[in-house]
Design a protein around this ligand. Sequence first.
Ligand code: SDX
Length: 433
Amino acid sequence: MATKPTKVTISFDNDRAPVELPVLSGTLGNDVIDIRKLGKHGIYTYDPGFLSTASCSSDITFINGEEGNLYHRGYPIEQLAENANFLEVAHLLIKGDLPNAKEKKNFSLAIERHTMLHDQMLNVFRGFRRDAHPMAVIVSVVGAMAAFYPEQTNVTDPKLREIAALRLLAKAPTIAAWSYKYTIGQPFVYPQNKLSYAENFLYMMFATPCEEYVVSPILAKAFERILILHADHEQNASTSTVRLVGSSGANPFACIAAGIASLWGPAHGGANEATLKMLDEIGDVSCIDEYIARAKDKNDSFRLMGFGHRVYRNMDPRAAIMRKTCHEVLNELGLHDDPMFKLAMRLEKIALEDEYFVKRKLYPNVDFYSGIVMRAMGIPNSMFTAIFALARTAGWIAQWNEMHTDSSNKIGRPRQLYTGEAKRDFVPIDDRK
Ligand code: SDX
């Protein structure tokens, strides 16, 4: 096996002296060139969108995009989705390993202690119009938590960071469910701590004060899996946002609110809602070819939502698990002939055989099937990204915490390639054209 490089020399095609830089290796994945000292040589690297740039070192999640593998602290996502519950995965991400029986009980009890919101927070919800998008409500309520827990704005104290993490993880389902209840004009339903994390969310989403509501174990199991599949994913746009905001010492609530805002974009977590809208718009198998042609047309801004990924050059392993969950939930709900699912399966097949998608290694990602499962569960499109944010809160907290325990952590401050005007003198108004 070839030995790993330990350094690289950059030489220039002019009289500038070559620069020698260390090469670092991780446990898995590509080596990296440590360019931290490069600036001192009067030159920077240029990588808009960070296609080839590692922003940090991390022990939390690893993706092998070529092979379509996803590990959380070394555990393959397939094994976690099959065997763990969401709080076990949250514990794994945040604390570094799967909890033993005692740790699992204590973690669940600690979460239960914080599921309710401060009563005054109801007024934050009530400041919105009823037709507000749930993501607008959630980003505001999470940010407002800094006003309710001012002591937690001290990010240097690990104990305070831990309590803030528990509060965010515990309140996320309540905030998400209440953002839905508010938009449909139903009263907020309070969490029932005897229920599991997934059951509690579905209970707060669908129960009313007028009658008993029992959460379907089938839907609770499927929802648990949806949460696990969305929990963390390396340095994606929203996680990188949380880290960058956190690098200035901002409080955890502001950091997670920033992550929620970034996730909302249709190129990122908003793709699950956009995928369902796209499937609704396509409507019928007979229209698929027209939309595939539009996705390939450079003059058309339309893209096949739920397809493609910055890292995966193979099937997103989460999409494969989500497709399987789709089958299970639709069959168990007697919806195996769901036209939306059949349309999605057909669209996936056609795209995967099309040269344009094959050449660019564009495969279905986690968002392609998640919306179909959630819609079958009775969850409206507008809540899909809110649920993504609910699940990703575990990963954002883990990554934010890891950043604060990293001694090499500095405030994020990228440089630029300046392409504007060179120095010039002020022009008095009478001399301007
Ligand atoms: C998530 O990063 C993460 O980990 C994110 C995420 C997570 O868990 O945090 O996995 C969650 O965000 C999943 C992605 C959800 N987004 C979508 O499904 C939206 C549709 N996908 C595309 O917008 C796109 O694929 C991205 C944004 C996901 C990735 O964009 P890249 O890496 O910047 O890819 P690109 O734009 O450079 O595309 C490369 C080529 C281009 O064509 P050419 O210039 O080579 O001719 O592929 C084309 C693109 O036009 N392309 C698509 C396409 N995605 C890429 N063409 C049609 N339909 C698509 N969906």
